[in-house]
Structure formats: C-alpha cells, structure tokens
Design a protein around this ligand. Sequence first.
Ligand SMILES: CC(C)(COP(=O)(O)OP(=O)(O)OC[C@H]1O[C@@H](n2cnc3c(N)ncnc32)[C@H](O)[C@@H]1OP(=O)(O)O)[C@@H](O)C(=O)NCCC(=O)NCCS
Length: 148
Amino acid sequence: MTDSGFRIQDPDLTDPAVREEFINDLSRFLGPYDDPREEMVEALNNALDRGFVFEIVSPGGVRAGAVVISRTPFRLFQPRYHLAYIATAEEFRGKGLGRALLAEAHRRTGRQLALHVSPSNQTAIAFYERCGWKVKYTRMMPAKKPAG
Ligand SMILES: CC(C)(COP(=O)(O)OP(=O)(O)OC[C@H]1O[C@@H](n2cnc3c(N)ncnc32)[C@H](O)[C@@H]1OP(=O)(O)O)[C@@H](O)C(=O)NCCC(=O)NCCS
C-alpha cells in the first residue's frame, strides 16, 4: 500500500474476458509504446506461467498501472527475468505509482531483471534512470522483420 492508498495486487486473470480487459488496459497505458496484440498475449502467458503479473489500483478500485514480467531461460548469460511491460494510466502519472511498481518488480525478481526500451521513449528512459537503472547495452535487430 502506498501513502496515498494505492495498492499493488495480483489480478486474477483466469477468466478470458478479464484477461482481455487487462490487455486492453495495458495497451491503453502503453499508448504509442504498446506492441501487437499477439506479442502482448505471448509475454502475458509466459508471465502468468513462470513470471509475475501485478497491477496497482486506486483506493476506489480503478486499475492505475500494470506490470508483466516474463521469465527467460537464463540465469547467468542474461538476467532471469525480462520486464516486458510497465505502465501507468496517463491520469495517474507523476504520483510515484511507476516507482512503486518498479520497486515491487525488484522485490519479486531479486533484481535479476532487464528490459528493452525504445530510444525515442525519453520519458521511460528518464523514469528508469531516476529509479536507479542505467543503459547497459543497445539492442540491435535486423532492419527487415524476421521471416515467419
Ligand atoms: C514511464 C512510466 C511508467 C512512469 O510512470 P509514473 O507513474 O509517471 O512514474 P513516477 O511518478 O513513479 O515517477 C518516478 C520517477 O520518474 C520520474 N519521471 C517520470 N516521468 C518522467 C518524465 N516524463 N520525465 C522525467 N522524469 C520522469 C519522476 O520524476 C520520478 O522521479 P523522482 O521520484 O525522483 O521525483 C509512465 O510514464 C508510463 O506508463 N509511460 C508509458 C508506458 C511506457 O513508456 N512504459 C515503459 C516502456 S519500456
């Protein structure tokens, strides 16, 4: 529970309709930084099986932010967990909720955690840096999308 009464909890996403609504909210929170639906579903399914999925809700019960953490097959070569998504609703930004979600991600993963961020997402980069993260690698990919 934060000072302002927001609380972090694990959503029950067993019902496909509720899961759908969760992805819709997450996609809305991510705005221009969301991913194609099937990519979000794949990350979410992995996280529900082997990683972590949690949300932060307002005192009135409104979902104000969400986190999806997938598990990698590695322990040493790469961090054990991948922070697939972290986002707060636009109307709840700047109130410390993102920081509270990231602290929870640290706690659950023992900081065995990394993420990808678009270089154009300067808000997120500033946020991560304010929360004690640093750029360690630049991710590069073939300019053409992989076949299949
Ligand atoms: C990035 C994001 C999660 C931050 O959430 P938030 O709830 O606004 O973050 P907080 O209020 O907890 O801010 C935590 C710190 O980051 C800083 N920060 C947040 N947004 C910032 C911005 N636009 N510019 C500079 N610093 C910023 C805050 O000043 C704060 O620092 P402080 O505690 O030292 O004062 C939110 O902007 C978001 O959901 N963005 C869209 C989704 C996204 O880009 N996700 C990341 C994809 S990789």
